[in-house]
Each structure stands twice: as structure tokens, then as C-alpha cells.
Design a protein around this ligand. Structure first.
Ligand code: ZN
Ligand code: ZN
Length: 421
């Protein structure tokens, strides 16, 4: 298949490119422009008015497969990803069974062959996510695990966490750390005036901050790198910023809900605003935006966490988590680029270039010879998120009813058109 995209604004921060031009896709890769191939192209797309950007890499996704495929599965999740402009998904290992063994890695990779986008497994850091015994990093990595994480839970035992960092370092594979002190996090929302007024158990920001401080200290002492998941608080960002400037090899991500919303949304008692870590106060939301602007935050990932309407119907009993892949680019464009906080180029670094780099993947670029992961994004479309019309099996989005600016109109993964508006 040969696809010729013309007149696009090509935004390719990996090559410091932002210019109007054409992209030729041939045999799954981005090809050098050759007139004979252009003439014979199967598809010619006039992309005037559109941004052509590298496919997004979402390094934090829960696909619920195997085990909870009524919420999502590898295929439905890949369709949701393609709709959002995501061409590479790192799938977290807290499935049933947990991804701590070769058979489950193989199951995911087999099923991923029929998915719309690339699905890459993250291996469990510890057996059964119990935090007691490290999994076999070397064989899981050889089989295809692109990172290791116990996400959903912290590794409580400090010694085991340190061993994991050292082992991962020796294999040059990242550790993605869910920072939460379980002694402090007994709540279901942020501890604040809202939790007190409604007598809902609250989790203090210290539950996140204490765990972030510990993991950064471990990485610093061992000279290892670490990636901190879903940062939501000002103090955690201050810790990470100070560590970075001291030369500690720490990277971190946040998710769109942490810069789009504050805990005021929980007045509605709607469980579609409940996730872990919880939405924080406005000062933390602003700190997240500032950390995106100043470079403390490296990545915007979604922590896409599907749950059924039924599970989310009871505010108190509902499980934590919200979906996000369908709206991440549009919500980030709306909240960060449109008001002028960051450029579209910086947004593509956060959502494509940097996650590819952290995961050691050859994506996040529109270089000639690179895999043809190309997204066409129309910054001129305003649309309202209708949750039941989003692809994917679950609809627990906090962006429901929100008006977003900018929409993915085409997603090309490895030279194949996998979504078209
Ligand atoms: Zn987590
Ligand atoms: Zn997660």
C-alpha cells in the first residue's frame, strides 16, 4: 500500500521539523519522495489544514485482557487507541492472570497480531503483583515485555524495589512505578474539604508524595533510572524536579484528568471522576500544568482503565479508574495548546517522542525509513464527547459532555489506515 499525504503541516519534533510538506508512505515505512511512487499511490490525501504528527505512544494502559474482557479486550482497546491517534500501547500487567509468565506474554502478543495498533506487554515486577518475589525479568523481556511494573499497587518492600531497579538497569528496560503508600491511602477520593463535608474517606497527597520520595531516593542511591507513573501532586513534582536537577535519572508522566479537572468535580458524586491517584485540589492541578510547561513532566499517558457502567453506578463501591485513549490528544490540545501553555510541538514530545524514548522503541518520529505511524489531526474541529459513541467497551470518561477542540481524522499504523473519520 502506498499513501501520499500532501499539503500537511508536518510536526516532527524528533527532527525539529515544523513545516508544510508531503509524506510518502510505502511498504509500511516513511519513504523518500519519488515521483513514480507518488503517481502510483493507492491513496492520495489532501491534508490542507491538518497537522501530520507521529503516531502517539501511550505508555500506561489497562486493556483488561486476559481476564476481564467484559470491560475491554486487546482488540476493542486497539480500536479505541486508533480513534485517539495512538499507534503504540504499553499494556499494564494487572490482568487475570497477571503478566508474570511467558504464556501470558505470548497470549497478548498472539492476540495483538489482529489488533488495529501495536500492543506491547508490560511485565509484572513481582510474581502475582504481591511485592514479594521478583519475576523473571530476563526471560519476560526476551519474550517481549517492554517495561516492568506492579501498577495498581506499589512494591511495598523497599529492598525488593531496589533489587528490581538494579535488575532492570542491567537489562536496559524501564521500571514504571505506581507510587502510593498504602498505610496512608485509605480513601476513595482526595482528602479535602469535599471528603470531609460528605464524610467520604479521603487519601492525602502525602500517600503519593512519600512513595515518590522513596522511589526517587532508591534510584538516586543506586544510580538507576526510574519512571514515575501518574503524578498528581505539587510535592511529588517538586521532588522530581529537584532530583532531575541533581542528575537523578527520573522521568515521569501525568494523565489528562490531572490537568483538566480538580477534586471539585467530585461534588457531583459521579464515580466517572474517581481514579487512583484521585483528582486533587486546584493548586495541584496548576502545579501539573506548570510541570508540563517547565519540562518536569516528560510524558502524558492516559492510565486508560475501563469499567462498566454497572460497576461505576455506585459512587462509593465503584472501582477506581477512567478511560482516556479516545480523548487524550484532543483534551490535551484543548487544555494545554489552545490556551497557549505549550506548543503543539511540545505536546507531541510528551505524547509520542518521549514515551518512545523511555520504552526504547523506534517510534515517535516521521524520519524517512521509520515505521509509518502517522496521525492526521484537524485543529479546527470542535466536538462534544458523547460517551456512548466512543469506541471501546467501557464508557467511564470524565470528559463526557465536554466540548473539545481538535480531532483525529486519520490514524495510520505501520503504513495501514486503522482509523478514518
Ligand atoms: Zn497506578
Ligand atoms: Zn494504571
Amino acid at each position: 500500500m502506498t499513501i501520499y499525504i500532501k499539503n500537511a503541516r508536518i510536526i516532527d519534533p524528533a527532527n525539529r521539523r515544523d513545516e508544510f510538506g508531503d509524506i510518502l508512505i510505502h511498504n509500511g515505512i516513511i519513504a523518500k519522495k519519488q515521483q513514480d511512487l507518488v503517481r502510483k499511490a493507492d491513496r492520495v490525501i489532501d491534508a490542507a489544514g491538518l497537522f501530520a504528527i507521529p503516531g502517539l505512544v501511550d505508555m500506561h494502559v489497562h486493556l483488561r485482557d486476559p481476564g476481564q474482557t467484559h470491560k475491554e479486550d486487546i482488540f476493542s482497546g486497539s480500536i479505541a487507541a486508533a480513534f485517539g491517534g495512538i499507534t503504540t500501547v504499553a499494556a499494564m500487567p494487572n490482568t487475570e492472570p497477571v503478566v508474570d509468565n511467558l504464556q501470558t506474554i505470548q497470549y497478548i502478543l498472539n492476540k495483538a497480531q489482529n489488533a488495529a495498533v501495536r500492543i506491547l506487554p508490560v511485565g509484572a515486577m513481582t510474581m502475582g503483583l504481591k511485592g514479594e518475589e521478583l519475576s523473571d525479568f530476563e526471560s519476560l523481556h526476551k519474550a517481549g515485555a517492554v517495561a516492568f511494573s506492579d501498577d495498581g499497587r506499589p512494591v511495598e518492600n523497599t529492598k525488593i524495589m531496589l533489587e528490581a531497579l538494579k535488575l532492570a538497569q542491567s537489562l536496559n528496560v524501564p521500571i514504571l512505578s505506581h507510587c502510593e503508600d498504602l498505610y496512608l491511602s485509605n480513601g476513595i477520593i482526595n482528602e479535602s474539604d469535599i471528603s470531609l463535608r460528605h464524610s467520604i474517606p479521603g487519601t492525602p497527597t502525602a500517600a503519593e508524595d512519600a512513595a515518590t520520595a522513596r522511589d526517587v531516593a532508591l534510584a538516586a542511591s543506586a544510580g538507576c533510572s526510574i519512571h514515575i507513573c501518574h503524578v498528581s501532586t505539587k510535592t511529588s513534582l517538586d521532588i522530581i524536579k529537584a532530583a532531575k536537577s541533581a542528575g537523578v535519572r527520573v522521568t515521569c508522566e501525568t494523565a489528562p484528568h490531572y490537568f483538566a479537572f480538580s477534586d471539585q468535580c467530585l461534588e457531583s458524586m459521579d464515580a466517572d471522576y474517581r481514579m487512583n491517584p484521585p483528582l486533587r485540589g486546584e493548586e495541584h492541578r496548576i502545579a501539573v500544568v506548570n510541570a508540563i510547561k517547565d519540562g518536569t513532566i516528560d510524558v502524558i499517558a492516559t492510565d486508560h482503565a475501563p469499567h462498566t457502567d454497572e460497576e461505576k453506578s455506585d459512587f462509593i463501591k465503584a472501582p477506581n479508574g477512567v478511560i482516556g485513549m479516545q480523548t487524550s490528544l484532543a483534551s490535551a490540545y484543548t487544555c494545554l495548546v489552545k490556551p497557549g501553555d505549550i506548543s503543539i510541538n511540545r505536546l507531541i514530545e510528551l505524547m509520542s517522542v518521549n514515551p518512545a524514548k523511555i520504552l526504547n522503541l523506534p517510534y515517535g518520529t516521521l524520519s524517512e525509513g521509520a515505521p509509518a505511524d502517522v496521525v492526521l489531526f484537524d485543529p479546527g474541529i470542535d466536538w462534544t464527547v458523547e460517551k456512548d459513541r466512543l469506541p471501546g467497551k467501557s464508557h467511564n470518561t470524565p470528559f463526557k459532555g465536554k466540548k473539545l477542540s481538535g480531532k483525529v481524522v486519520m490514524t495510520i499504523c505501520g503504513g495501514r489506515i486503522v482509523y478514518e473519520e
